[in-house]
Design a protein. Sequence first.
Length: 553
Amino acid sequence: MPRTKRPKTGTTELSTGEATVASLLAHGMDTVYALPGVHNDHLFDAFQRAGDRLRVVHSRHEQGAAYMALGAALATGRPQTYAVVPGPGLLNSSAALLTAYGMNAPVLALIGQIPAGAIGKAQGHLHEIRDQAGILARLVDHSAMIDGPEEASAKVAKAIRALANGRPGPAALECAIDVWGKRAKVALSEPLPVRPPRIDEDDLRAAAKLLGKAKRVLIVVGGGALDASPEVTLLSDLLQAPVLAYRRGRGVLDSRNPLSVTLPLGHELWAEADTVLAVGTRLFTGIQQWGSDRSLKIVRVDADRHAPLYTPNVALTGDAAPILRRLIDVLPRYNERRASRRDELLGRQAKLTQRLQKIAPQVAFLKAIRRELPEDGIYVDEVTQIGFAARLALPVYKPRTFLSPGFQDNLGWGYATALGAQHARPDVPVLSINGDGGFLYTANELATAVRHRIPLVAVVFADGAFGNVRRIQEEQYGNRLIACDLANPDFVKYAESFGAVGRSARTPDQLAKALRESFAAREPTLIEVPVGPFPSPWEFIHMPPVRGRRAGS
Ligand SMILES: Cc1ncc(C[n+]2csc(CCOP(=O)(O)OP(=O)(O)O)c2C)c(N)n1
Ligand SMILES: [Mg+2]
């Protein structure tokens, strides 16, 4: 492991907080999403003293700060930071940290602590929590305590490297209330190099051979493929392989390419495939739901060597883009020119479009959204009826323009995540879609949108229910309804009471018009769409096994 380079003696006198801020800035991290409190006062003073070099975006709840950092990380692909107080502050942010972990998102959490000498003594200090370090160590792969100004910079550098090293993901640093303000002459560490693993040439050839001789390749892409869109596109063409994305990988292959498929066609193609090229995906749906057997060969490209669900025939470990570039170099030796599958896939896509008439009301709204959201606009998903349908039917043209919470699928992530995405990408419109259930998780952050002039446009589809839960109770529990009907605010007035723009739309055409006007106005906006119950999408999402053995069962 490379050691931190540092001058022999420290030359600048800084507080721990100031050294931390200087290191963030040295790593190009110029924004902190944050909610202050006494434990972090010295850190916030350092934020203040950084002046224009640092943007501090304060939220109204710690989950808002953490989701904003997550949204900014997902929209940009670059590391982002949030800072909160210990105990309740940390726990308030923890669902976002968990989601960042599940999504391998580069989010650095700066968490306060009680006085250093009191940690672990259960004396009842403000915001004390038992074994905060242990809690953090279970939430993220890299966590550490900053014990003084001299080591702050090195610890920040290590944590930031950990965001990208191996399987990427969040990291956390704690610092005690009486340590942030301590001063010393310190040496600032330089950013540490991230060393990608060497690409194993034997494995590469084995992968090329397997793919080259395969008759029907299916490429499956997840969040680990987001930075390998050109490579996946080329490989899809060379192999005439359809590319399946469910949530995270949408847009890696442009939906306008007929070989770009979502779950229902992926299910059919999984049954027919002899070889799967899995890029940056756990392959959960395929292996766990659709089944696998010996005749299915799997080439895995992943940042993580560990494949928990299956044993790949060939595993290539590291960043997808460089590995796939090498594969593209080697593949022609083993791969004949293939007959085009374009017409076949066009036909199958057309049939799927027919089948998706079953969820026509959702599809009509999605068409309106796609018409109005520019090609590089960012759609932020939610665990709601329009969201489930979007995963199947919203065309996505570019990676990082469809942000979906991955396997956590945690209700209520959307609005604050979208706010972070819009803050970090002011150059493109961001659209947050929500159900009325999920929206009220972070709707208070409308105040943040207004305070920081973040021109996010959000839509809330209001059916007066946790609709998904309600439909399951109707269909599978003899209509015995419990805990599913909601009392809603008037969403238009609610938005207006914050100083945001409130609009209302009832039909897809009205929504299109409201979106067009909102994207043009570029102001924090909430569009309420009153709706009734939607038809169930589940037959297109939970599909039966189509191959021999189901792994894990
Ligand atoms: C953190 C979390 N809590 C609970 C759930 C379970 N859940 C899934 S969908 C849903 C209801 C969603 O309601 P709403 O946002 O109004 O969307 P709708 O289904 O009505 O479109 C619930 C409670 C979840 N996915 N995540
Ligand atoms: Mg609802």
